[in-house]
Design a protein around this ligand. Sequence first.
Ligand code: ADP
Ligand code: MN
Length: 515
Amino acid sequence: MDPVGVAAAPDAGPGPAWQSKCPWGAPNTTSISCSLADVMSEQLAKELQLEEENAAFPEVVAVAEGPFITGENIDTSSDLMLAQMLQMEFDREYDAQLRREEKKINGDSKVSISFENYRKVHPYDSDSSEDEVDWQDTRHDPYRADKPTTTPRKGFIGKGKDITTKHDEVVCGRKNTARMENFAPEFQVGDGIGMDLKLSNQVFNALKQHAYSEERRSARLHEKKEHSTAEKAVDPKTRLLLYKMVNAGMLETITGCISTGKESVVFHAYGGKSATEDKVIPPECAIKVFKTTLNEFKNRDKYIKDDYRFKDRFSKLNPRKIIRMWAEKEMHNLTRMQNAGIPCPQVVILKKHVLVMSFIGQDQVPAPKLKDVTLSSEDMKKAYCQILKMMQQLYKECNLVHADLSEYNMLWHDGKVWLIDVSQSVEPTHPHGLEFLFRDCRNVSQFFQKGGVAEALNERELFNAVSGLNITADNEVDFQAEIEALEKMNEDHVQNQGKKLPMFSSDGDPPIYNE
Ligand code: ADP
Ligand code: MN
């Protein structure tokens, strides 16, 4: 290549002949269309490619910044993620080797040594392995080392009169120096560890304090970074999780994001093959990722805290696990609905805070919400009748109240209404279950009354029709007071008898308590 045209061909250039022959002549005027910096710019290359892609695939649903994961192309633009995946592989092998060595050395000996401190605990695996409960793979975690055995500490060393206690200045100083090894690896302690250095308690304690606060600070920074990425799409942990699903062949391609809400991000994916024969993965899937940004979930406490199905577990859980419980709740509720024949997404798999279900819609285009679709008056009436029936089924057969039912969470697909978004659904005997039901009824009544359905019951009539309760109050205030009184009665009954009142079931049968 000849970028500046110094040794240009004799016939090149408009200048006089001597110029083109003479190496010191003016360069020919062939213009260089862009600067070297531009050619080297990865950003420009990416932008151009994006432009090209957008021109080629204009119909693709508007996509938020999300992972585009396929079998061959695993988001290779993220070097960080690839590096993490490789590192994880490596660390696993390394730890396995360490454990083998440890075993070999220890044998049956009563005194054992531990290589615990040499293990590579990968940041993206370390905190997830211990509470990985919902993934198929529930066998004993092979990456967890056994607890190292320690010899009980004594307050002195030596024999007879010459007892040196642990309070001895020299022993203590050396010990303190050795203990610096326990600080985080990033913490610079110099090379004093190899020398016969004696560190006074006072100095050691000050250092220790500093080391810990440094560690906490870096953890906080790390957390912040994670959360900001979760705002846009999903955090690296979730990406890895999605990658695993594609890698396992369960999903073919994750095409893009169909919704980013406050509490969840929903992706579209093409289904792959199931590992087991009996399970069929739908051709198109929706992946609901419950956001691990905890803040948004704080105001949802009341749904789950009082749900007796989750009561025992709630108190013991950390916030990360509580978010998984939302995903778990959605899965259980969808399964109940599916069993009752209510049109709703079918559960494919639950993995931590990620729920994969069948996609309502076609060719990557999700079915419209009722609020976004214009139905003929005939379809509108049909939809209303269907919803009335679904609400009754949900209450009586599934023993559930949707608790967020509105035109936002009903999709119109295949000439019928599909219910979605049931992570917050509760049983009618939930301490606020009837209030939630009343709110659902109000949303549904208002939507269909405004939509011109003459048959639409008002909210109080709808409430009675769904619950089978016969609340007679003819105004909203009294009606709500009666609802709250019923809820309280039930709570008192639970307190005293440990059982729920049978009144919530219209035919006198107590609701089903167990799954
Ligand atoms: P959120 O709590 O964010 O409201 P949703 O479960 O309602 O979560 O999902 C958000 C949006 O994603 C829905 O309004 C719908 O458009 C889309 N969506 C969710 N699940 C599915 C599905 N199974 N099939 C098609 N679209 C879905
Ligand atoms: Mn929703």
